[in-house]
Design a binder for this molecule. Structure first.
Ligand SMILES: [Zn+2]
Length: 94
């Protein structure tokens, strides 16, 4: 599988602030941006899933085995918060 790297017209590198130095390429699951002027590199998952702490492709992502002395914690998922600015309708004066 050949990877085609395309320059992004008008894109400014967030690190060196040069314009037209950013090019993008992707593999099956991720899209990468890299700057040809500096060594800036960034990537994001094509499905929009958030990255964990490590996002560079320099190493194969390895899931560390859970440490025995750490309690198992359920992964934190997004939680909707109900916010009612007017909890008591009785005070409304309209
Ligand atoms: Zn750069």
């Amino acid at each position: 599988m050949s990877i085609i790297k395309r320059f992004v017209a008008g894109a400014v590198c967030p690190r060196c602030a040069e314009m037209d130095t950013i090019r993008v390429y992707r593999n099956d699951i991720r899209e990468y941006r890299e700057c040809i002027r500096c060594d800036y590199k960034d990537g994001q998952n094509l499905d929009g899933s958030p990255d964990s702490a490590e996002e560079l492709q320099t190493r194969v992502n390895q899931v560390a085995p859970a440490k025995a002395n750490q309690p198992k914690v359920a992964p934190v998922t997004a939680q909707a918060i109900k916010f009612d600015p007017f909890p008591s309708k009785g005070k409304s004066n309209d």
